[in-house]
Design a protein. Structure first.
Length: 316
């Protein structure tokens, strides 16, 4: 906000509490539309109980505004390293330089959102497309949460996310150095609308969360399908046992007559054994934990830890 001193007529810019710009996003999905998403969600997957759509009873439906730290920036990156070219005797490593210039947006939850199962929203809007924060209006529309995490922690998480994205876009087999610079930074706190719907099925409570802006289902829990769980268990055990037992025996039988390819058949027998055991374990896991079906559209957002691990394996 622009303020004017009544004594010296000097103008100054006030950026709000603790220097953080606050925004809000208007909800474009009304209560009726959000409630109608329940039947659509309960009929989307065979792993959900068949009669859940007809027997589910909505017990609570309310609008919540959850704060998300958001950083908009123009990211400039330089990645120096080597790329493997050629194959066989002609294989060699050649130096490479990659330049990245891209507008990036990072978003992270500013409070504990484990209750809702939504820790990330794809907030691609620019600050000028958002509304100025109006606390009274938000409290009049729904439940408003306040941030509990620090701005410095959010800034560090955003910087790490941008650096990882630049590193991945460099797409080099060997990375020697990476330089990242952020310009035109704009840091803010965005209050995002979420419809929280709670329903009962045979006396047990479940929950679904709908994006108040796009109308998409972001998170949901539902009763599992007993027949589906039984089929997964039987199919996994039957097919897995066949591969784990008969597959290696058959390959070992042929390996005993092979002269040159015997080693390859032994490796194939080991692979068949591993796949069979994995299928049996997968069938058991699907039966054991299939009592409750859980859907999460975005998970935790950009999977930095997983992607970092994949990059490390690639370098090895």
């Amino acid at each position: 906000a622009l303020v004017i001193c009544p004594f010296c007529d000097m103008r100054g810019l006030v950026t709000g509490e603790r220097g953080v710009r606050r925004y809000q996003l208007a909800h474009r999905t009304d209560m009726k539309t959000a409630g109608g998403k329940l039947k659509e969600f309960l009929s989307k997957d065979m792993a959900i109980a068949f009669n859940a759509r007809s027997q589910a009873q909505v017990s609570e439906l309310f609008l919540a505004y959850v704060p998300f730290w958001t950083l908009w920036a123009r990211v400039l990156g330089w990645v120096f390293g080597q790329e493997k070219v050629g194959s066989g005797k002609n294989e060699r490593w050649e130096p490479r330089e990659r330049k990245i210039a891209e507008d990036m947006v990072w978003t992270g939850a500013a409070c504990d959102v484990s209750e809702f199962g939504v820790s990330y929203v794809p907030l691609k809007l620019q600050p000028h497309e958002l509304q100025a924060f109006d606390g009274e209006a938000l409290h009049a529309n729904g439940l408003v949460f306040e941030p509990v995490t620090s701005q410095s922690e959010a800034q560090q998480a955003a910087d790490k996310n941008f650096s990882n994205r630049v590193h991945r876009q460099g797409n080099l087999d060997r990375v020697a150095q990476t330089f990242v610079r952020e310009v035109q930074q704009r840091f803010g706190l965005v209050y995002y609308p979420l419809w929280v719907l709670r329903y009962l099925y045979r006396g047990r409570a479940y929950q679904m969360v709908v994006d108040g802006y796009s109308g998409e289902v972001l998170y949901g829990r539902a009763p599992g399908n007993t027949w589906y769980r039984a089929f997964i268990l039987l199919a996994g055990m039957a097919v897995g046992a066949f591969l784990a037992v008969n597959g290696p025996l058959l390959l070992l039988y042929f390996a005993s007559f092979a002269d040159e390819d015997g080693e390859g058949l032994l490796v194939g027998a080991l692979v068949a054994l591993v796949i069979g055991v994995a299928m049996m374990f997968g069938g058991y896991t699907g039966f054991r934990y299939g009592e409750v079906y859980e859907f999460q559209k975005y998970g935790d957002g950009p999977k930095d830890k997983l992607e970092d691990a994949l990059e490390q394996v690639k370098r090895w």
